[in-house]
Write a protein that binds this ligand. Structure first.
Ligand SMILES: [Cu+2]
Length: 387
């Protein structure tokens, strides 16, 4: 049995009375021509027994400007919880995965290597008929069906295999009205465990993406902060959100640290099923695209300055702050402002050192905001103290 081919009814008939038909028909002709011209760069994907033809790259991306390798690997368990991560090398895989950075107008080819054992993927599967694999699905930038990262478009990677995904950071175009893609986005798996990658997200396959416009201010440091279920920040909770070693701090997902005066960029992402609000102590930011407009620019006055922002599942936003600006070094709290979430451990610190990279006297000990009720991991399986 073959499913009938998709076909849009005649535009004139579908439009009914009125004078909009000819315009729509003209658009369809243009669309058909575009479809024909991309045929040379396309490929087939099997889906549901039919074979559909999709372009390999978005319009405007003749060929990739840059290529990178990305690895999906299994990481050490967190208690009994399976953890997976993306990494630019297998050894550096983490959750969140590496922050991707693109410039508007850029076309990026990412080859994803699935090194997660099939047995692990089978354990995460909720339906025995669901295929085993990992994928890469991105928000905000342009991609075709072949880079959608779903089972439906057969754009996932079986264990031991590789696949190249193409992302296009389409630029603003005042003639066509295209808005451009500059901003703070994220990427994630869409197939582990089920058709929406819910298990992939739950075990760590996600990361941040920032698309800049030429001239945007560049930060000194960028930290992805992912708010999720079970009162988690980057899949940790309570003391596990902040493992910064005061003697030898290593910046990373559980050590948000900067020197006073450095421009620190946050990419804030919501995953899971719950609403959150993101609040940072001692710092505020302009609620804009990727940065603060320069001094004296009239646009600056029309932008709200905030220090708290609500975040739903799938949302992402970002901003830059000058660490310790006017407020100095210290352990600045960063937490969900839904009180029962923060009370349960959804809270960490931005550690701001002085200009020389030291914590001034009197700040060398910090007590974590999480109570004992929040100790342990986001999955509630670990119990360890620090400090
Ligand atoms: Cu919350």
């Amino acid at each position: 049995m073959t499913a009938p081919a998709w076909r849009l009814p005649d535009a004139g008939a579908a439009d009914g009375p009125g004078h909009r038909g000819s315009g729509t028909a003209r658009l369809l002709v243009v669309a058909a021509i575009v479809l024909l011209t991309v045929v040379g760069a396309g490929g087939f994907a099997a889906a549901g027994g039919t074979r559909a033809f999709f372009a390999e790259r978005p319009e405007g991306c003749a060929k990739p400007d840059r290529s990178i390798q990305l690895y999906a690997v299994e990481l050490p368990k967190d208690g009994t919880q399976i953890r997976l991560g993306y990494g630019l090398t297998p050894e550096t895989a983490s959750y969140p995965g590496p922050t991707m950075e693109m410039m508007e107008g850029e076309c990026l080819a990412i080859t994803l290597h699935n090194q997660v054992p099939a047995a692990t993927l089978a354990q995460l599967r909720t339906d025995a008929n669901h295929p085993l694999g990992v994928s890469l699905h991105v928000h905000g930038v342009k991609y075709t069906q072949l880079s959608d990262g779903t089972v439906q478009s057969a754009s996932f990677v079986p264990p031991g295999e590789s696949r190249t995904y193409t992302w296009f950071a389409q630029q603003r175009n005042n003639r066509t009205g295209a808005q451009g893609t500059a901003g703070y986005w994220w990427y994630h798996d869409h197939v582990v465990g089920g058709p929406h990658g819910t298990q992939g997200l739950g075990v760590g396959l996600f990361g941040g993406l920032v698309v800049r416009r030429p001239g945007d201010p560049k930060p000194d440091r960028t930290y992805p902060v992912v708010f999720g279920d079970r009162q988690s920040i980057n899949l940790r909770r309570g003391v596990d959100t902040d493992t910064c070693d005061g003697q030898n701090p290593r910046p990373g997902p559980t050590c948000l640290i900067a020197r006073k005066g450095e421009k620190v960029e946050f990419i804030v992402i919501g995953i899971g099923n719950e609403m959150h609000t993101f609040h940072l102590h001692g710092h505020s930011w302009a609620d804009t695209r990727t940065g603060v407009v320069g001094n004296g620019h009239p646009f600056a006055d029309s932008v709200p300055i905030i220090d708290n922002k609500s975040l739903g599942p799938g949302d992402s936003f970002g901003f830059q702050v000058v660490a310790g600006d006017s407020v100095g070094p210290g352990h600045w709290m960063l937490h969900c402002h839904m009180q029962f979430h923060s009370d349960a451990g959804m809270s960490t610190m931005l550690h701001v050192l002085d200009e020389s990279g030291a914590m001034p006297p009197g700040h060398d000990h910090h007590s974590h905001p999480a109570t004992t009720a929040g100790a342990g991991t986001a999955t509630g399986t670990g119990q360890h103290q620090h400090g």
